[in-house]
Design a protein around this ligand. Structure first.
Ligand SMILES: Nc1ncnc2c1ncn2[C@@H]1O[C@H](COP(=O)(O)OP(=O)(O)OP(=O)(O)O)[C@@H](O)[C@H]1O
Length: 333
């Protein structure tokens, strides 16, 4: 690392700027200078003035890196399980059973329009403690979270991809991703920014550039960006997804990307393909959880045919969108 230039080090670990500033050094002025040259560039007097010496500066630099690395690893709080304790449905009747959601499982939430699917996601997102219309309680790893865990935004372990993603900041896609990557103190920022951008463009129907202001992205593009960002940069161990099928993004690729063995994923959906891609499904009726069904082997067996039908429907949708004539003989399964 001593032989690396300040630019190279900053590219890998932009947060080292904080260390330099504690010695009143501006790394952007040092560009192609190597770390090992800083002693001769500033001279011993400079470090003495700061109540230190060059060797202490270098030792401190490496210690700082070590400490940040420990913080980066330690900041990811893992959720092994979430428990939804019974509340009541819209008619005030008590839900009859509690549901435990385990790490590595994908759960679909199904039910008619207006039945309460988004409400359940919102209960989980807010870690409800009988203070929402359903009066449900959510336990994390078997215990009720304290107020700090509920209301602190620092290290929040739940990511929610809601139906409407509205950006309020007027930043370009690139600046938005860079800012997020910096706040996550990740290494190799430009690499991860590129990866998220490329992935979002694969998921979105319409490509967009890195310079596009996030406020100008279409609904589908915004969601594609947030899906890629959540999958590749978020440390969240619980991912809540509200009706991804209406988002104008590649829903199956999105789900594959978001699902990982060490996360709890909940997806509210009306889409049979998404619902059967999950390990289990919660059925919501009149605001209450009425059933928990495991996806059967038989249902899984038919997933492939369902995917074929779905691809054909998507193809038809694209043909319609682009004003082509429709040849329905192509759609016969
Ligand atoms: N148990 C409940 N008690 C009281 N109100 C409830 C309950 N469950 C849901 N609601 C309310 O019912 C309304 C509709 O619920 P919600 O938006 O969650 O439905 P949804 O299933 O997500 O609908 P859609 O499929 O159209 O997105 C909301 O105002 C929600 O707060």
């Amino acid at each position: 690392m001593l032989h690396m230039t300040i630019d190279e080090l900053m590219e890998m670990m932009p947060w080292i700027a904080d260390f330099f500033s504690s010695f009143a050094i501006d790394p952007s002025q040092l560009g192609n200078k190597r770390l090992e040259e800083l002693g001769s560039i500033f001279g011993e007097d400079y470090f003495e003035e700061k109540g230190s010496d060059y060797q202490t500066f270098i030792d401190g630099f490496f210690q700082f890196i070590e400490q940040v690395k420990v913080l980066q690893q330690g900041s990811v709080f893992t959720v092994e399980s979430l428990t939804v304790l019974p509340g009541h449905n819209k008619s005030g009747e008590k839900e009859t059973f509690s549901v435990e959601l385990k790490k590595g499982k994908v759960t679909a939430i199904v039910g008619p329009t207006g039945s309460g699917k988004s409400r359940l996601l919102a209960d989980i997102e807010s870690l409800a403690q009988e203070d929402t219309p359903t009066k449900r309680r959510i336990l994390v790893n078997g215990r009720a979270p304290d107020d700090e865990e509920r209301f602190s935004t620092e290290g929040h372990f739940i990511a929610q991809l809601s139906q409407n993603m509205n950006f309020v900041m007027d930043l370009s896609v690139e600046d938005f991703l860079t800012l997020h990557a910096e706040s996550r103190m990740v290494d190799e920022i430009s690499h991860i920014v590129q990866k998220i951008y490329d992935t979002a463009n694969i998921l979105a129907g319409e490509p967009f550039s890195r310079e596009t202001p996030v406020t100008e992205l279409s609904g589908g593009q915004s969601r594609a960006l947030m899906i890629a960002d959540t999958a590749l940069l978020s440390p969240a161990s619980v991912v809540l997804i509200d009706e991804i099928e209406n988002a104008g993004v590649d829903k199956i690729k999105s789900l594959e990307l978001l699902v990982s063995n060490n996360k709890i994923v909940l997806i509210s959906t009306h889409d049979p393909l998404l619902a059967l891609s999950a390990d289990q499904r919660l059925v919501i009726k009149n605001g209450g959880i009425s059933k928990l069904l495991n996806t059967t082997q038989d249902e899984k067996k038919h997933l492939e045919s369902l995917e074929k039908i779905d691809r054909k429907i998507s193809h038809l949708r694209n043909q319609l969108r682009t004003g082509e004539e429709i040849d329905l003989s192509d759609l016969l399964v």
